[in-house]
Design a protein around this ligand. Structure first.
Ligand SMILES: O=C(CO)COP(=O)(O)O
Length: 235
């Protein structure tokens, strides 16, 4: 399974290095063979060799160039980074990234062979319209994306569950993942208020191939425990 930490805008370079080394040591000490990804803040990106794969939370669809404030492939290549998050709800809804831009990023980094964690999920007002409306909304987030891309991972993160402590019921997660699997056979992660207290239950659900964790992942010990749960499930 894939266990991913999205550190968002948290931790300094020094704290991130300490965090990744702590996770790395835990994986080695406990012979954990899960796929563990850590997405640090851009300023904390660095070379890392070991079991933990470091990925970028975002990057501009360019090798390099005049894109003030952005980083491109040239800056990722320096740190041997070949994994990227695209379409996170905070980039869609807080930072206003439109589907067209996300598709451009997807195609650019796909052409470079990146592992792409493509995020989808509905806001609460869509959720409240019912299952059909919700699936229609999420389907639009797949438009333009090559769902057969061999290095694609999908992360379903209901917007209303991110950072709120709320999660869908287990039955809902299973039902939604079942629908999303019809759209792409790529590994499908669940994200949105996954904590050390519910991670084992979520990981055990049918159609869940891993988790994408935000705030709870900031506690390295908790994130390591989630990796342990995945190892014990050995799905
Ligand atoms: O956005 C998320 C992971 O990308 C989820 O965040 P939380 O785990 O804080 O709800």
């Amino acid at each position: 399974m894939i266990i991913a930490a999205n550190l968002k805008t948290n931790l300094t370079r020094i704290k991130t290095t300490k965090y990744i080394n702590e996770v790395e040591s835990f994986l080695k000490k406990n012979n954990i063979s899960q796929e563990v990804l850590v997405f640090p803040a851009t300023s904390s990106l660095n070379l890392h060799s070991g079991s933990v794969v470091v990925g970028a939370q975002n990057a501009y669809p360019t090798i390099n160039g005049a894109f003030t404030g952005e980083i491109g492939y040239e800056q990722l290549e320096e740190f041997n980074i070949k994994t990227i998050l695209i379409g996170h709800s905070e980039r869609r809804h807080l930072l206003g990234e439109a589907q067209e831009k996300l598709v451009e990023k997807f195609n650019f980094y796909k052409n470079l062979g990146f592992k792409i964690i493509f995020c989808v999920g509905e806001p609460i007002e869509v959720r409240e319209e019912g299952f059909e409306s919700m699936m229609e909304y999420i389907s639009k987030q797949y438009e333009g994306i090559d769902t057969l891309y061999e290095n694609l991972v999908i992360a379903y993160e209901p917007v209303w569950a991110i950072g709120t402590g709320l999660t869908p019921t287990s039955e809902d997660i299973v039902a939604i993942h079942q629908e999303l699997k019809k759209k792409s056979q790529a590994p499908l992660l669940y994200g949105g208020s996954v904590k050390v207290t519910n991670a084992a239950e979520v990981l055990a659900l049918e159609g869940v191939d891993g988790i994408l964790v935000g705030s709870a992942a900031l506690y390295a010990e908790h994130f390591c425990t989630m990796c342990q749960y995945a190892q014990e499930l050995n799905k």
